[in-house]
Design a protein around this ligand. Structure first.
Ligand SMILES: C[S@@+](CC[C@H](N)C(=O)[O-])C[C@H]1O[C@@H](n2cnc3c(N)ncnc32)[C@H](O)[C@@H]1O
Length: 286
């Protein structure tokens, strides 16, 4: 997804999402949120859902963990919670924009490595490597070998993210996520054993209905308004631009404004999982 001439489009999306979320929702989290039964699905409750997610994730940290590598730390909000719990935390962030925010949030307490996980070189190891909705961004081919190198003996990997279902039931155009079957295969090939694997799809998917509502109630009217203003004020330029970028425009309209991105399509196409795994100890003599 790297654009050699400019900013990576996914990183741009995350940074733009953060600007929006911080201003309107007063949240620093960049994850979807976890919806317990008693929390109404409402944009004003998103922050509560995100806090609930943090609680669920952190409750799965195995006993005895003292050091954590938080991969793809976003704004550092989760790293800060880990530090507050007395854990020794180092964070990984390839995005200059998000790293700046994480440095602000963590101050002197944070050790942030400005790198992708793939390019990370460290001369120390950790009890836990955490991927909170950052796993889909790392290269599946290399991730477990790298984790093995960075884990203390007896250490774990804890990840929470969505994967592509093997036989998706729909076609919403919702991108992202490694194929679930490849994930399990790579994990096994790299000599990892699953300690716990929980399907959280139904708890996470409601956030997609909030996205759908946002696109329908805000995104589409703003888009129409912009096109209307262009047509009214610069009709020739508008027609030229609409013709030149017709494929891009059609793609945007198909992707964001066709009403296909919602909780139901997310649940049909993706599987959101919390996975705790660890390397199988090499056999004695190997
Ligand atoms: C959806 S955000 C999740 C942020 C945070 N962990 C959270 O739960 O709020 C994805 C994060 O993954 C990071 N990321 C993207 N590609 C990465 C890579 N190759 N290696 C490490 N982190 C990566 C992004 O910069 C971003 O911080």
């Amino acid at each position: 997804m790297k654009n050699p001439t400019g900013v990576d489009s996914k990183e741009f999306g995350l940074a733009a999402g953060l600007v929006f979320a911080r201003y309107f929702l007063k949240t620093d989290h960049l994850h979807y949120g976890y919806w317990p039964d008693d929390l109404p699905v409402d944009i004003l409750n998103l922050r509560k859902a995100q806090e609930a997610y943090c609680d669920v994730l952190l409750s799965h940290i195995p006993d005895g963990v003292r050091s954590v590598l938080d991969v793809g730390c976003g704004t550092g909000a989760l790293s800060r919670k880990l530090i507050d719990r007395g854990l020794e935390v180092e964070s990984v962030s390839p995005s200059p924009f998000l790293t700046a925010r994480a440095r602000e949030l963590l101050g002197e307490r944070g050790v942030i490595h400005e790198s992708t996980f793939e390019d990370l070189t460290l001369d120390r190891k950790f009890d836990l490597i955490l991927f909170s909705e950052s796993f889909q961004y790392v290269k599946l081919d290399r991730v477990f070998v790298k984790c093995r190198d960075l884990l203390e003996e007896g250490g774990h990997v804890l990840l929470c993210d969505f994967f592509k279902r093997d036989n998706p039931g729909g076609k919403s155009g919702l991108g992202g996520g490694h194929p679930l079957a490849s994930f399990y295969r790579k994990l096994e090939d790299a000599g990892f054993r699953i300690v716990l694997d929980t399907d959280l799809t139904a708890r996470i998917a409601p956030s997609m209905d909030l996205v759908a509502d946002f696109l329908e109630s805000f995104g589409k009217p703003m888009w129409d308004l912009m096109l209307y203003a262009l047509e009214s004020n610069r009709p020739i330029l508008n027609r030229l631009a609409r013709w030149k970028y017709r494929r891009k425009i059609a793609k945007i309209e198909r992707k964001y404004f066709s009403g296909r991105r919602n909780a139901a399509s997310f649940a049909a196409e993706k599987s959101y999982r919390l996975v705790l795994c660890k390397p199988v100890a090499p056999e004695v003599g190997n």
